[in-house]
Design a binder for this molecule. Structure first.
Ligand code: GAL
Ligand code: CA
Length: 341
C-alpha cells in the first residue's frame, strides 16, 4: 500500500517536473529560477516571502536559487550577471533600489531571459515598457496607507481620550520605511491623508525614515522621541511596517508609556501584540500570495506561455504589467482570522 502510494507520488512529481520544463531547455530539463531578496535581514521579506518561495517552488517542481543582496544594488547587479552566465530559465528579482530597474531589465533583455520583478515596484518611467518579457508582482502601495488610515480615523473618533491635550488635533510621530520605496512613500502620505479627508486636523511632531525598515530603528527613534521636548505631546504612533512598530513598542514599554500604534504587514508577532493590546492594528501585506504569483508567472514565462495562463492572477490593465495582491485590515476584532492555521 505504502509502496503504491510512493509510486503514485513519484509519477506525479515526474509529471509536475516535466510540466514546468523550460523552453529550449533540454528534454525534461528543470526550470531554474534565479531569485534574490533585497536583504535577508528584512523580517517581512525573509520571514514571510522567502519561506513561501522555497515551499511553493518545490510544489511547482522548479529549482529555486535564492541569494541575499544584502541591501546593495551593486551586489544584486553582480548576482544577476552570475545567474545569466549560469543560463537560468527565468529571473525573479527584488530590487534593492527601485530606481535601478532599467539597468536590471536591460541585463535580462540582452540575455533574452524573462524577468519577474517583485515587492519593490520600479519607479523609473518607461522601465516596464522597455522589455516585453518583464512583469511585476506586488501590491497597490497606496491601498495599505488608505486602509491603515481608515482604521486610525475610526479608532480616533471612537476614543476621544486619545486626544491627550484635547485640542482636536492628532499629534503624531511617523516611522517611515525606505525613502523612495513606493510602499514607504504611499503609506506615509495616505495614512495621514485619511485624517485630513475625514476633517480631522493633524500635526506631525516627528518623522524618521529607515532604508532597512528595521526594529532597531523603530526602537531608537521612539526612545529618542519620548525623551525629547515633545515627548509628552505624542498621541499616535504611525509605522510604515510592523518591524519598526515592534521597536517602537519596546521603547514605549521601557518608558512605561502606552500610545495608540499601527503597523503594516500583519506578521505573526504583530497579531500577538494586537492580542496583548500593545498594537491597535496592522494591514495584511500578503507575502504568501505575492510569492506564489511571482513563481506562477516565472514558470510560465520560462515556458514561453502567457504568464497568468491557468492561474487566478490578473494582470493590471493600466500598462504596468503588474499582478497586484490585495491588502486587508487587521484589527483587534478580526486578527484571529490571520493566525497561521
Ligand atoms: C514592504 C514591507 C516592508 C519591507 C519592504 C521591503 O512591502 O511592508 O516591511 O519588507 O517591503 O521592500
Ligand atoms: Ca491633540
Amino acid at each position: 500500500m505504502k509502496r503504491i502510494g510512493l509510486l503514485v507520488l513519484a509519477v506525479l512529481l515526474a509529471f509536475s517536473v516535466a510540466s514546468v520544463s523550460a523552453n529550449g531547455a533540454k528534454e525534461g530539463g528543470q526550470i531554474v529560477i534565479g531569485a534574490n531578496i533585497y536583504s535577508f535581514a528584512d523580517n517581512f521579506m525573509n520571514g514571510v516571502m522567502k519561506p513561501e518561495f522555497e515551499r511553493y517552488a518545490t510544489t511547482l517542481g522548479a529549482k529555486l536559487e535564492m541569494v541575499d543582496s544584502e541591501g546593495q544594488q551593486a551586489k544584486l547587479n553582480d548576482q544577476i550577471d552570475v545567474f545569466i552566465t549560469k543560463k537560468v530559465s527565468v529571473l525573479a528579482i527584488n530590487l534593492v533600489d527601485p530606481a535601478a530597474a532599467k539597468a536590471v531589465i536591460a541585463k535580462a533583455k540582452a540575455a533574452g531571459i524573462p524577468l519577474i520583478l517583485f515587492n519593490k515596484e520600479p519607479t523609473e518611467a518607461g522601465a516596464m515598457a522597455s522589455y516585453d518579457k518583464v512583469w511585476y508582482v506586488g501590491t497597490n502601495s497606496a491601498e495599505s496607507g488608505i486602509i491603515q488610515g481608515q482604521m486610525m480615523v475610526s479608532d480616533w473618533k471612537a476614543n476621544p481620550k486619545w486626544d491627550l491635550n484635547g485640542d482636536g488635533v492628532v499629534q503624531y510621530v511617523l516611522l517611515k520605511g525606505e525613502p523612495g520605496h513606493p510602499d514607504a512613500e504611499a503609506r506615509t502620505k495616505e495614512s495621514v491623508k485619511a485624517f485630513v479627508d475625514a476633517g480631522i486636523k493633524v500635526q506631525q511632531l516627528a518623522l524618521e525614515a529607515d532604508p532597512n525598515w528595521s526594529t532597531q530603528h523603530g526602537n531608537d527613534k521612539m526612545a529618542a522621541w519620548l525623551t525629547s521636548s515633545f515627548g509628552k505631546s505624542i498621541e499616535l504612533v504611525i509605522c510604515n511596517n510592523d518591524g519598526m512598530a515592534f521597536g517602537a513598542i519596546n521603547a514605549l514599554k521601557a518608558a512605561g508609556v502606552k500610545l495608540p500604534l499601527y503597523g503594516v504587514d500583519a506578521l505573526d508577532q504583530a497579531l500577538t501584540h494586537i492580542a496583548d493590546g500593545e498594537m491597535n492594528g496592522t494591514v495584511l501585506n500578503d507575502g504568501v500570495n505575492q510569492a506564489r504569483a511571482t513563481l506562477d508567472l516565472a514558470v510560465r514565462a520560462a515556458m514561453g506561455k502567457p504568464v497568468t495562463e491557468g492561474t487566478t492572477w490578473k494582470l493590471s490593465t493600466d500598462g504596468t504589467k503588474a499582478v497586484r495582491v490585495a491588502y486587508l485590515p487587521v484589527t483587534p476584532k478580526n486578527y484571529q482570522d490571520f493566525r497561521k492555521k
